[in-house]
Design a protein around this ligand. Sequence first.
Ligand code: ARG
Length: 258
Amino acid sequence: MPRLSSLTVAAAAVLMLFGAGAASARNIDAIKKSGTIIVATEGQYAPFNFFEGSKLTGFEVELMEGVAKKMGLKIEWKTLGFDALLTGLGQDRWDVVIASHGITEERAKAVTFTNPHYCSGGAIVTKNPDLKTAERLAGKVLAVQTGTSYLESAQKIPGVKEVKNFPKDPDAQAAVMSGRADAWITDKFVALDVLKNNKGAGLRATGMLFVEKIAAAVAKGNQGVADAYNKALADYMAKGGGYETLSMKYFGEDVRCK
Ligand code: ARG
């Protein structure tokens, strides 16, 4: 049996060490060296991230393109189910997730959030003009997307008859449009977009049930990537940096956190 030289053993030990590190997340130097940042989103959440034909676009997609440009990086996009996005960060499958995640304590245990890129909140979308407040939802059937802060908030409303959850938000929307649910809880700006595109469907939206700060996320503790992103985001959000124009294009107002 060939004897292993001490050099080989040392090399193997180094490989194991760095191999294990790399399996958790790429650091900023590795990303810069490759020239490309891998970004995951859902692609089913208009107007934030969605497909126009085969083209991935939306407020967050364009924002990320602007931020990456300021970082001097190209983007490789991945689109996956909402539920899979944050988990993939810790498995080194992508470097950043941008998919309208509200910053919550629970999520912050598993990932590191960047600075927020907009503020919004959950609204009630319904055909029933009586359902104007959370209290009025007692005895009603609600539709929400799985894994979202809307699911959590829906489950907390007292007396709700049933909370149906759907892997994709447009399916929750479909449930309320077809009458399988009385109300859909979703983002205020998603709701406004749906109302605008479905005039005559008899849908209405209420004010916000709660407010949340929406941010991108990196693997837990991958601070170098978060710092580089935050710096580029600050440039992007500064006067003339691109944010205001983009926000006006999608929403007709500036949606940054005030
Ligand atoms: N803002 C909500 C949350 O934090 C919903 C996000 C849904 N995003 C999506 N890409 N479907 O859970």
